[in-house]
Design a protein around this ligand. Sequence first.
Ligand SMILES: Cc1cc2nc3c(=O)[nH]c(=O)nc-3n(C[C@H](O)[C@H](O)[C@H](O)COP(=O)(O)OP(=O)(O)OC[C@H]3O[C@@H](n4cnc5c(N)ncnc54)[C@H](O)[C@@H]3O)c2cc1C
Length: 290
Amino acid sequence: MSRYDIAIIGSGPAGVSAALTAKNRNKSILFIGKRDLSNKVSKSHRILNYPGIPDVTGADLIKAMQDHLDSMGIVLTEDQVTNVYAMGDYFALQCAKGMYEASSVIIATGVMPGKLLKGEEENLGRGVSYCATCDAPLYKGKETTILGYSPKEEDEAAFLAEVASKVYYVPVYQDEVGLKDPKIEVIHGVPKEIRREDKRSTLVLNDREIESDVVFVLRDAVSPGQLVPGLETEGAHIVTQRDMSTSIKGLFAAGDIAGTPYQDAKAVGEGCVAALSAVSYLTELSKQGS
Ligand SMILES: Cc1cc2nc3c(=O)[nH]c(=O)nc-3n(C[C@H](O)[C@H](O)[C@H](O)COP(=O)(O)OP(=O)(O)OC[C@H]3O[C@@H](n4cnc5c(N)ncnc54)[C@H](O)[C@@H]3O)c2cc1C
């Protein structure tokens, strides 16, 4: 397996900035994120405080960032990182579509909206999963529930319906659900809790309970503590120093995940700092190896 210099997880303003800076410094980069780069930026109606681009729509800012990435030959790997493991002088990244290795990592995943559900963390890996693509084979012919936090999770539901006997789909968003497969039952409600008893998982909604073999919780981002075991966090954020380093050597964080204020310009600035700090770390690492 080839090892990248820097893996950048997340394709919002912080990740894009980190990717541009790292590429500029001639590092091999693995840039992992979503096709639309950032759902938050896409949804921004008007951005009035981004230097040099006055009164820009989120969609236009995304287009400008995409063009910038293209102009520098930076390719986005569309995947979801589920775990990052510190292995000493490198990191192993477990993703929905495969494994990768990198000498350093920048986490720019944005901040997870809302709180974890009661019972979610305790039952993760035991009837609660964050990745339908990874775990679908385990639930062949079984009953499954998906809690989808954005319309793009409907693709995961359609995929799961190809293997599972039943998919209960609970949308946690306003848009109309476009799922037509007869194996998929769309149920509306407010999620409150996940319980695990007798090898069955129960999703408790405000007005009913759904029992199945697994509950997939599909959000845009997972909490940083779950992404990187042992990482120092404070609430929803990763604890960082001024150089965007974290409690794990070689691992950096930038953007909303590194704390408030949640602003595009701050995310871009931190992405740049994180990339330059990762470059310094790599120099140090190569001196130790030589
Ligand atoms: C409606 C709205 C309007 C806003 N307006 C403004 C404004 O006018 N001005 C301003 O400065 N700021 C504004 N903001 C805030 C701004 O959008 C955020 O501060 C900024 O997007 C943060 O960038 P980020 O790179 O940290 O994270 P994000 O933009 O959240 O990007 C993170 C990306 O990483 C991906 N990701 C997450 N986890 C993983 C994983 N495990 N594997 C792979 N990919 C992953 C996510 O899907 C996402 O694409 C607004 C936000 C919203 C929601």
